[in-house]
Unconditional design. Structure first.
Length: 137
C-alpha cells in the first residue's frame, strides 16, 4: 500500500492513492488556506471509515437497516508530546434494538486502521533529493 503527497503551495498537498486524489491543508487560523482536511482529520477519517465499512457490512449481512448509519470519531489533541489521544468512535445505527446494538458492539473487530493506532508501530522517516521511483535498480 502506498500513497504520494505532492506539494502544491503553502501547507497544501495533493495526496494520491491509485486513481484517487485528496487535497490536504491546514486551517486559516494556522496561516494556511483551509482548502482541505488536516492530516489529523484524515487520520480520524481513516479510523471512522474503517469501522463504518465493517458496521455497514455487518448490518447488511444480517438484513438490518443501514439507512441513516453515522459514525462520529473524536480525539483529544495533547501538547506534550504533541499527538492525538483518547479516541472515541460513536456508531449511530437508527432502527436497531438495544439488543442488536449490544451484539454489534461485541463483534467490532480491531481492523487494519484500528490496529495501526492501537499497537506499538515502528515508524521510519528518510530524506533524499530524488524520488525513489526515479532511481535505477
Amino acid at each position: 500500500m502506498e500513497i504520494t503527497l505532492q506539494h502544491v503551495e503553502g501547507a497544501q498537498f495533493v495526496a494520491e492513492a491509485r486513481q484517487h486524489r485528496v487535497l490536504v491543508d491546514q486551517p486559516a487560523e494556522d496561516g494556511a488556506t483551509d482548502h482541505g482536511m488536516t492530516p489529523a482529520e484524515l487520520l480520524l477519517v481513516a479510523l471512522g471509515s474503517c469501522v463504518g465499512q465493517y458496521v455497514a457490512q455487518y448490518l447488511s449481512l444480517r438484513e438490518l437497516p443501514t439507512e441513516g448509519l453515522l459514525v462520529r470519531v473524536e480525539a483529544e489533541r495533547t501538547a506534550r508530546p504533541l499527538r492525538l489521544s483518547g479516541f472515541h468512535i460513536a456508531i449511530i445505527a437508527p432502527g436497531l434494538t438495544e439488543r442488536q446494538l449490544r451484539a454489534l458492539e461485541k463483534t467490532l473487530p480491531s481492523g487494519l486502521v484500528q490496529n495501526a493506532v492501537l499497537r506499538d508501530n515502528p515508524l521510519s522517516v528518510s530524506a533524499t533529493s530524488m524520488y525513489s521511483g526515479d532511481l535505477a535498480p
